[in-house]
Write a protein that binds this ligand. Structure first.
Ligand code: GTP
Ligand code: MN
Ligand code: MN
Length: 612
């Protein structure tokens, strides 16, 4: 048995509550060794992981790793929110009583670290000193060195952060056990994986994965699920799967901050990172704050709605990332950035990485190339020849500081004022490029009825449409009715109301299926219109479902679109919308205690469509 006190003394970990937690879990998990991790340990951990073959070199200061082939995405069915309060049960949170589930997952974890090192990772989600710092502290325990490397990039990691907490006992207890991956029955009735957030005990217990979304517990499990629960129970803040960016008009000095949610794999990282100010005559500067999580609250002094990104890094989808779609992402994973690649294709002779859409064609010479399953491309049979080389959900991990246009104040604990909140999904028809909504309840209603085609980031069938309220469906930690009310309460308390909007970069031609809008860097045009609309500089065109830009207002200089495509994305299909209202009605009826304001908004939109 390891002498835990000695390890913690040597590491300088003095927080008594954290020490008790580490001792408790050391007893349960029975590791051979314990190590406390700080960001300063990164280069040593990299060397060790390279030597152990857990990661491979992928160019100067770049690394590649592969997760087990049945462990490449979040598993929504195996993800559970547990509490001791039946009223926390929602439609999407997969609620179970903690008394029932906790012993099961703890049973799986018993003795699981025998022969292994237990890494203890003290971290903060949110910069130190933020109003929500109280909810930002956590200590992840893991048996996986690659998880440490990811956590160092994605969160603020260090012993000092946890020694100096204002409330030493107020930290999230986050336990990750990789498990025996080839023998967990992933996706079968005997599935042994459990990804449990015991929200009212602020304890996260994840068993049976080493993939990012399941294993980096600071990010989704704490940063989203636990934080959403904490924000609701304290009535203090919202935590959402939102990107956050800033736009500055260099001519007038005006500045806007836009945040918003798109379901997983629907364009948050791309939007936040890669808007193209140069395409519009260099008048605008766009800055990056965050690409996946935002915490929102009302500042008690100024009364303004504020937001910040609690993360310290980007865990981005690799697929289709290239010089044209997202040059900023490529810059932030350039040689020397210490970026990690997961489940991309890898060349073990040249140490290159590749993913679908990185270049128009696959590398011509297959020598040395290995696909995401670890199989040699050169050994593929003819019927496997067309299979993707990289997993569609392969990812890159890099720190915010590597993003070339990261905002100067991204680390500011005060956060930034939120001017606009946008929702968007992959919708092949019906949804125009952008429609602005000025009313709070209608904005929240729009978020609650957000829908998207399923993607590979969650296990599911691609192409099938499903509702994903506020892009939080996989991350909901309490019931949807109170969630909607909490939204109305928090945003409603702000002195200046943000504008809401629904955006859609993914409308397709009904014939050949091409995207009607070029998307990516051009999406700035839609956001600029929204900011101008908010400030009363343009008026748009009122429709039953919000205000849509006119062609002149959108600003099409330098962009050549077929007129028919432009007409389609700047119009709404009344018939399709009327059909949609029936689906929305059914969707919302699932949620008990939905605030009456939301139903009023629904009926108002339905009536406007009837009269259109
Ligand atoms: P998570 O990180 O899983 O939450 O997803 P995300 O919302 O950050 O999605 P991301 O930006 O990584 O985009 C996912 C996929 O959508 C990528 O393959 C992108 O290339 C593609 N995509 C993003 N923006 C656009 C766009 O404007 N137009 C089109 N056609 N595709 C886009
Ligand atoms: Mn996400
Ligand atoms: Mn992303």
């Amino acid at each position: 048995m390891v002498d835990v006190d000695k390890v913690l003394d040597d590491a300088g970990l003095s927080n008594e509550a954290v020490r008790d937690y580490v001792k408790h879990w050391a007893e349960h998990l029975q590791p051979d060794r314990i190590e406390v991790v700080s960001a300063a340990d990164d280069s040593r951990l990299i060397e060790e992981a390279l030597a152990a073959g857990e990661i491979q070199p992928a160019g100067e200061g770049l690394y590649y790793s592969r997760s087990y082939s049945k462990d490449t995405a979040r598993s929504e069915e195996r993800t559970i929110v547990a509490t001791s309060r039946e009223e926390d049960k929602g439609v999407y949170n997969n609620w179970r009583h903690s008394d029932e589930i906790r012993p099961i997952v703890e049973g799986h974890m018993k003795g699981a670290f025998a022969g292994k090192t237990m890494y203890v990772i003290p971290y903060l989600m949110a910069p130190p000193g933020s109003p929500s710092e109280k909810y930002a502290a956590g200590v992840e325990i893991t048996d996986n060195r690659t998880v440490c490397l990811h956590m160092i990039r994605m969160a603020r990691v260090g012993i000092d952060l946890i020694n100096n907490l204002a409330e030493p006992d107020h930290f999230v207890r986050a336990v990750h056990v990789t498990g025996d991956l080839p023998n967990l029955g992933q996706g079968t009735p005997e599935d042994k994986r459990y990804f449990v957030t015991v929200a009212d005990e602020r304890t996260i217990l994840h068993f049976g994965s080493s993939y990012g979304g399941n294993a980096l517990l600071g990010k989704i499990a704490h940063g989203l699920r636990q934080a959403a629960y904490d924000g609701w129970r304290s009535r203090e803040f919202l935590s959402e799967q939102f990107m956050l960016l800033g736009i500055k008009d260099k001519e007038t000095g005006k500045q806007w901050h836009v945040c918003g949610g798109f379901p997983s794999a629907s364009g948050k990282t791309n939007l936040a990172m890669t808007l193209a100010p140069d395409a519009l005559g260099d008048r605008y500067h766009v800055s990056f704050y965050g690409d996946d999580i935002a915490w929102l609250w009302v500042d008690p002094d100024s009364g303004e709605l504020m937001g910040l990104n609690p993360e310290n890094g980007v865990f981005g989808v690799a697929k289709d990332t290239n010089e044209k779609t997202n040059p900023t992402a490529l810059d932030s994973i350039a040689p020397g950035s210490q970026a990690l690649f997961t489940n991309v294709a890898y060349n073990d002779q040249t140490h290159e990485v590749w993913w679908e859409g990185k270049t128009p064609e696959r590398p011509a010479d297959t020598a040395g190339w290995i696909d995401w399953k670890g199989e040699r491309i050169a050994d593929r049979s003819p019927d496997e020849a067309g299979d993707p080389w990289a997993h569609p959900n392969s990812r890159f991990t890099t720190s915010l500081a590597n993003v070339p246009n990261v905002a100067a104040d991204y680390n500011d604990p005060k956060g930034v004022r939120i001017d606009a909140i946008i929702f968007g999904g992959r919708t092949r028809d019906r949804e125009p490029l952008v429609r602005a909504i000025t009313d709070l309840a209608e904005g929240v209603y729009d978020g609650l009825t957000l829908g998207a085609e399923a993607t590979f980031a969650a296990e599911g069938v691609e192409g099938k449409l499903r509702y994903d309220p506020m892009s939080m469906r996989p991350f909901m930690s309490y019931a949807e009715g109170p969630y909607a009310q909490h939204w109305l309460d928090i945003v409603g308390a702000a002195k200046h109301q943000p504008i809401f909007a629904h955006v859609n970069w993914f409308q397709r031609d009904a014939g050949d299926g091409h995207f009607l809008w070029p998307g990516y860097r051009e999406n700035l045009r839609a956001l600029l219109w929204l900011c101008q609309f908010k400030d009363g500089e343009v008026t748009g065109r009122q429709t039953a479902v919000g205000v849509i830009p006119t062609e002149d207002e959108l600003g099409m200089e330098g962009l050549d679109l077929p007129q028919a495509d432009l007409d389609r994305i700047l119009d709404i299909d009344i018939e399709r919308w009327r059909e949609e209202m029936g689906h929305r009605q059914e969707h919302l009826e699932q949620f008990p205690n939905l605030p009456e304001e939301i139903w009023v908004a629904h009926r108002r939109v339905a009536e406007a469509l009837d009269q259109a």
